[in-house]
Design a protein around this ligand. Sequence first.
Ligand code: E4P
Length: 218
Amino acid sequence: MKFFIDTANLAQIKEAQALGVLDGVTTNPSLMAKEGIKGEANIKKHYVDICNIVDGDVSAEVISTDYEGMIREGKELAALHPQIVVKVPIIKEGIKAIKYFSDNGIRTNCTLVFSQGQALLAAKAGATYVSPFIGRLDDNSTDGVELIGKIVDMYHFYGFETQVLAASIRHTMHIIRCVEMGADVATCPLDAILGLLNHPLTDIGLAKFLADYKKVNG
Ligand code: E4P
């Protein structure tokens, strides 16, 4: 199971990278806006800055919704750095663009996926990753993790190579349940990754070990 961090915040990306367990980064236009990154040149520079921090894949999302625009943008993004994966929404033009990118050696992350049918189309078009948004499904009274399981099973049954990237993760149980479902990747906020460390028995046990050491060693 690969861990990506779901942010455009460089400090958080550096903190996750320093843990030594980070495999990549996902961003989206909302996350870039949250960091105040605006203007084409600044946005592109920010993607390169992220690539220079981490070793793995960095998803950079296209803004265009027409085929020609997506192709132009995707080529520009992919040319920025070998670690860039072009993020494309699951719309009709997006599927055509993913097929083009796949045929031309440009890796893609098909985003805004909320159904098995969308995931099927993404895989048939040759997406490198498919991103089902589990938190947003949960917000709408639908079990997001269940969808991860269905997509994983479907890809295994038909031998699709597209990796299932669980997105819109909100907390540690989402991560654990995605592991149980066999997701290839989970993209998480830093808090959710660090939350995996938490257990009161660890804190109690460590405090006792240190206290016992101090008793005899001063
Ligand atoms: C990442 O690829 C997605 O854009 C992101 O996980 C969406 O998360 P959200 O639903 O918390 O905005």
